[in-house]
Design a protein around this ligand. Structure first.
Ligand SMILES: NC(=O)c1ccc[n+]([C@@H]2O[C@H](COP(=O)([O-])OP(=O)(O)OC[C@H]3O[C@@H](n4cnc5c(N)ncnc54)[C@H](OP(=O)(O)O)[C@@H]3O)[C@@H](O)[C@H]2O)c1
Length: 247
């Protein structure tokens, strides 16, 4: 039985990916900052482990408790929507600490066990914002674009060791907790003159023609884990697939 460790499983894409792999018979280490075992069925195949990807001690302890894993999914992430001019620098630091450095730290922490076994897979969840630039998300896009570049380069150096590194590129997922977790007031980050520019964008986001569901991302991670063709990019969601076709 294979084991997958997923970061950011308290909600959204990570939660659904954990459920999907569990349903398919995998052993799952569902990690989250504040453990909520009640979210999942009680099972010796599913462990909920505390993990904050911005904290080195938390990463070390979580990996010790997890034991050997076959796949790491770097899903944990926070968003930031608004005009860069008004985006609090501390929030920008948090976005990079989580989305960029958290992903890099997790990869660095699992490489030794993968190298020793000559096998392993790291799956990094980025965003279609890195494929087609999205307005009012400059700092967030930068945090994810860094991981696109990081993944491509890392894949080269780890391939000879039997370790693969792949990308999931989800589209806009209005049903996850992502927007609520953004932790900024729109009025603060979109004052005039940005508000008049942002209003139609927000209205379009409220009724997207195409979007991504949690199940789309879980399926894309499943596909990435089982793909043996050397493919590195896996768009998730109808909007992501449409953007990929145009790219
Ligand atoms: N929803 C979208 O529109 C969208 C689009 C493209 C890409 N994405 C990406 O998809 C991923 C999942 O997002 P989602 O939409 O499912 O949002 P979500 O429901 O807010 O889930 C994000 C998860 O990340 C966790 N998290 C945040 N900071 C963390 C930290 N320091 N350490 C560990 N876990 C942390 C959150 O857990 P707690 O806060 O409970 O600790 C939560 O479980 C993110 O990387 C996001 O950037 C989302």
């Amino acid at each position: 039985m294979k084991t997958i460790l997923i970061t950011g499983c308290s909600s959204g894409y990570g939660f659904e990916t954990a459920r999907h792999f569990y349903a398919q018979g995998w052993a799952v280490v569902a990690t989250m900052r504040k453990p909520r075992p009640d979210l999942f069925p009680a099972s010796d195949r599913l462990r909920v482990v505390a993990l904050d990807v911005t904290d080195a001690d938390s990463i070390a302890l979580a990996l010790e408790l997890a034991g050997p894993i076959d796949v790491l999914v770097n899903n944990a992430g926070i968003g930031l929507f608004g005009a860069l001019e008004h985006s609090p620098m501390q929030r920008i630091r948090d976005v990079y600490a989580t989305n960029t450095l958290g992903t890099i730290a997790m990869a660095q922490a699992v490489i030794p066990q993968f190298r020793e076994r000559g096998a392993g897979l790291i799956v990094n969840v980025t965003s279609t914002a890195t494929l087609a630039s999205f307005p009012l998300a400059a700092a967030y896009t930068g945090s994810k674009a860094a991981i696109q570049g990081f993944t491509g380069s890392l894949a080269h150096e780890l391939a000879p060791l039997g370790i693969a590194v792949k990308l999931i590129e989800p589209g806009y997922g209005p049903t996850t907790a992502f927007a609520q977790n953004a932790d900024v007031e729109l009025a603060d980050v979109l004052p005039e003159p940005y508000w008049s520019y942002a209003e139609p964008i927000l209205m379009a986001m409220a009724k997207p023609a195409l979007f991504t569901t949690e199940a789309d991302v879980a399926r894309a991670v499943w596909q990435a884990v089982h793909d043996n063709t050397g493919r590195a990019h896996f768009p998730a969601g109808a909007d992501a697939e449409a953007i990929m076709r145009q790219a």
